[in-house]
Every structure is written in C-alpha cells, then in structure tokens.
Write a protein that binds this ligand. Structure first.
Ligand code: SAH
Ligand code: ZN
Ligand code: ZN
Ligand code: ZN
Ligand code: ZN
Length: 463
C-alpha cells in the first residue's frame, strides 16, 4: 500500500476480514467527552480506556482529541492522576503558546490590506503558509515564497495551501473537481440554500467562488481545524472547529455564528456536509455531529420536531455498520467519491481505480440521483441508484455490492460476499483463499486436536 490514512485503514485491511468490527481489537476504547476533561491546545481531551489482556477494568486516561500521532500533540494524563498547580500553570501557558500567531480577526484585517496591494507586492510564504504584507517580507527572506498572488488564487486557498497529509492528524484529501461539482449540483438539485461544510474546504471554496454570480444562491459556512483558512475567510464564513470534541476555538462568538447560520430561514434548506479524516473515532465524530444536528433542531420551526437536519457524511464503505450504529436513519449511497491528492483512489482516464469512499445520508435514497454517464443506474426494487457492477441479488433482495464490483451470494453465509472470497469451513465464514484461519482455542470433538472444528476434522475425511 502507498501509505496514507486511507490506505492504512482501508483498501488493504478489510479485504481479508469477515467484517470491519474486528478493527478495534486493540484493547483501547474511547469513552468520550468527560465534563471535567483537561484541555490541550486542541480543546478538551477525550477519555480513553486501555485494557490489557486478562484485565477487566482497564486504566482510563485523557489524550488529545484531534491528533492520534504523539508527534503532533503529546497531551496525556491518567484520569486518576494528581496534577500539581505548577504543572497546571505550565500546561495553561503551553496551550496559550500553541495558539496561532494571529487571531482570526487579525487575519481578516490582514486580508483586507493584502487585496489592496498591487499584484507585484502580493506574496505568499510557502514555509509559513501565510499571506505576507510588505513590512513582513524581511522576516521571510530565506523562505520559499510565491509572488503575484492573483484574486483567483485567493479564491482557491485549497490550491494555494499545501494539503496537510500527515496521516493521523489532518489527513487532508481534497475532492477531485468532478466529485466536488457532483456534490454541489446534487445539493442545488435537492433545493438546498445553505451548506454547513464540516471539514470540506474545497466544497466551501467552490460555493464561495460562485457566490458572486447573480443567480447563485447557495451559501456556505466552513468549520475546520485547519486555521490557515482564516486568512481567506471572514468570521461569518469560517469557524476554527474541532469535530472530534465539538470545540469552537473562537468561543461563544464562533458558536453563535454557527447557530445563526443554521437558524437562517427558520432552519430550512440547510444541509451539513462532512468529510472527516478516516482514522477511526467514529463515535467521537458521531457525537459532535449529533450536537450540530441538535443545534439545528433548536430552531423555532413547527414541523421540524421529528425531523433531522439533512446530512451527507462522506466516509469509506467499510465503516457502514459503525455509522449506522450511531445514525440508524442513514443509508449508504453507491457513489464513489474521488480525490485529487490521493493517487490510489483517483479515477484515472485509464486503469480506473475504485474509491472506497461513499456518501452516507439521512435523505431518502431515491432522491440521490447518481450520474448515469458514469455507469450508475436506478434499481427499482431497492429504490436507489447503484453502481453499474452492483447486481440485484434475488436471495438477499437487495443490491448488495459495497465496493462496486459484482458480489456473489454464499448460501452458507446467507449473504453476498466479495467476488474474491471463498467459503472457509474452518472459519465458518467467507474469506480470501489464502487467509490464515482464525485460531480456535477450543479443541476438535473428534480428534481432540486444536486448530479446527469437528466439521473440518482431517480424520473424518478418511472415512
Ligand atoms: N475532501 C474534503 C477535504 C477532506 S480532508 C474537501 O476537498 O473539501 C479532511 C478535512 O478535515 C481537512 O480539511 C482537515 O483540515 C479537516 N480536519 C481534520 N481534523 C479535523 C478536526 N479534528 N476537526 C475539524 N476538521 C478537521
Ligand atoms: Zn436492487
Ligand atoms: Zn445475496
Ligand atoms: Zn460463505
Ligand atoms: Zn479459514
């Protein structure tokens, strides 16, 4: 595999497993947001529990919600640990020092001054990822910088900024233009007017850059942990936000901006679109999204009461059961979301590689029209659009493929499985032919040896 977040949690790993449930077998579990949680520079830390083998209780600890790589944030504290006053003070100072050099307000001011500059004086420091005002040039002389930053470039910050690809923290995988355009067209066709873009800077940018066109009525608010975007958007267009702990870095004012955005038009015609990093922590994401949905629900609008805010949650298909656990009203669409900076999942002109990323939504599946020119077709029985390779299985009575390939029905498993799988009598489920069978601790009833069950006992095959 080519490395990267998607590869690590995706394409390679689940192929040999019977189900994604086994991924979390590491003895580390998320307990969630505790009311008295200590904070790191990324807001309140999350509570985890680590259990070692044979141990029941496990020890609880707090760790950074946003960074799963210790190199990015090494915050750690046992839940029962006594933290001295000195350490608390040092921590506070550390948190203060690890805030961005400029506030959002300052960045907005800087931007206003920047656009007044003639082209020849518009510089962007690539090392600091920052727009430079002439007075600051001196400090960045030995840095690489771009010159003549055009208005078009300012309108596409996701092209100007380098994608933060560090696997575990930001994992910025930007939508390929085609997928971004598809999402926006879909949103417009469904009649939405506002998009709460949570971790979707490129979608936000596409909406923002069209906002000046006369007949374009869609508005967007970006919530993202990547503070670099505050250089390009006002406080009404961007909130510095952590989606793993529902933390607004800008405090009550930023939260209010978000609330107001959701409340406009009595909360009508707004959809949340989110494309989080795939490193797990589905429950943390789900809990934040529920809070955003609850914020929307507070709008004083009769009839809303039993409704949910419409959501597109963009995530790999092998997280389907996890997402449905938290959002039973969601269903997974067959549309394959493509990315620009992830070679593995890019749809090339030739050798089209399949993307594992899908749209999960609480909208009625039949409303989500997928592009026929890309091979999607409508299944009248399932009442949704499916991939061209996705065959309706008569036995399951549904279009069962998750990955776009044609799946086959296994009568023993009583379900459809990947085309590359075969039924293994030892494991009692379908798996790759060259898999290593799960170790069965129990011994065989027939011969008394370990490693297989009675049904596959080698001594039986002689009789
Ligand atoms: N495909 C999207 C980008 C998805 S990449 C697009 O093209 O618009 C994941 C995004 O989530 C990135 O923008 C990243 O900055 C953001 N992100 C990562 N961790 C986050 C966190 N803890 N809270 C909020 N946003 C986060
Ligand atoms: Zn079907
Ligand atoms: Zn089937
Ligand atoms: Zn089987
Ligand atoms: Zn087996």
């Amino acid at each position: 595999e080519g490395g990267g977040n998607m590869a690590a949690s995706g394409a390679g790993a689940p192929e040999g497993l019977c189900g994604p449930e086994r991924q979390g077998a590491g003895g580390l579990a998320l307990l969630g947001l505790a009311p008295s949680a200590p904070s790191c520079p990324h807001g309140p830390a999350l509570l985890f529990v680590k259990t070692s083998q044979g141990e029941e209780e496990g020890r609880r600890f707090y760790a950074c919600s946003a960074c799963r790589d210790r190199k990015d944030c090494n915050f750690f504290q046992w839940e029962d640990e006594k933290v001295s006053e000195t350490r608390l003070a040092a921590r506070e100072e550390y948190n203060r020092n690890h805030q961005p050099p400029f506030t959002h307000r300052q960045n907005v001011e800087r931007y206003k001054n920047f656009v007044l500059l003639p082209l020849s004086k518009r510089r962007f420091c690539q090392e600091c990822q920052q727009l430079l005002l002439p007075a600051e040039w001196e400090k960045h002389l030995d840095h690489q910088f771009l010159c003549d930053i055009s208005t078009a470039q300012l309108k596409s910050p996701s092209q100007l900024l380098y994608p933060l690809e560090n696997k575990k923290t930001n994992a910025q995988y930007l939508f390929a233009d085609r997928s971004c355009q598809f999402l926006l067209d879909l949103i417009i066709d469904l009649g939405f007017r506002r998009v709460l873009s949570v971790g979707t800077p490129r979608l936000h940018e596409m909406i923002q850059s069209k906002a000046s066109q006369e007949d374009f009525r869609v508005r967007s608010l970006l919530l993202d942990i990547d503070f670099r975007y505050s250089q390009f958007y006002t406080e009404d267009e961007f909130c510095h936000y952590n989606m793993f702990n529902h933390y607004f870095f800008g405090g009550e004012a930023a939260r209010e901006t978000c609330r107001k955005f959701l409340y406009q038009d009595s909360g009508e015609r707004v959809i949340m679109v989110t494309d989080p990093p795939f490193g797990g922590l589905v429950e943390a994401l789900a809990s934040s999204f529920k809070k955003l949905m609850a914020m929307w629900k507070e709008t004083e609008k009769e009839g809303h009461n039993n409704q949910e805010m419409p959501v597109f949650w963009i995530f790999p298909y092998f997280f389907e059961s996890r997402i449905l656990e938290f959002f039973p009203s969601f269903s997974m669409m067959d549309y394959q979301v493509d990315y620009d900076n992830h070679a593995l999942y890019k749809h090339g002109k030739t050798g089209r590689r399949q993307s594992p990323v899908r749209i999960f939504t609480n909208l009625t599946p039949s409303m989500i029209v997928l592009p026929v020119e890309e091979g999607y077709r409508f299944c009248t029985i399932c009442q949704r659009y499916v991939s061209s390779g996705n065959q309706h299985c008569e036995i399951c009575n549904s279009c069962t493929s998750k990955d776009g390939r044609r799946w086959k029905h296994c009568v023993l498993c009583k379900k459809c499985v990947k085309p590359s799988w075969f039924h293994c009598n030892n494991c009692n489920c379908c798996a790759l032919q060259n898999h290593t069978c799960e170790k069965t601790d129990a011994v065989c009833f027939v011969c008394g040896k370990a490693g297989h069950k009675r049904s596959t006992c080698p001594s039986l095959s002689h009789t």
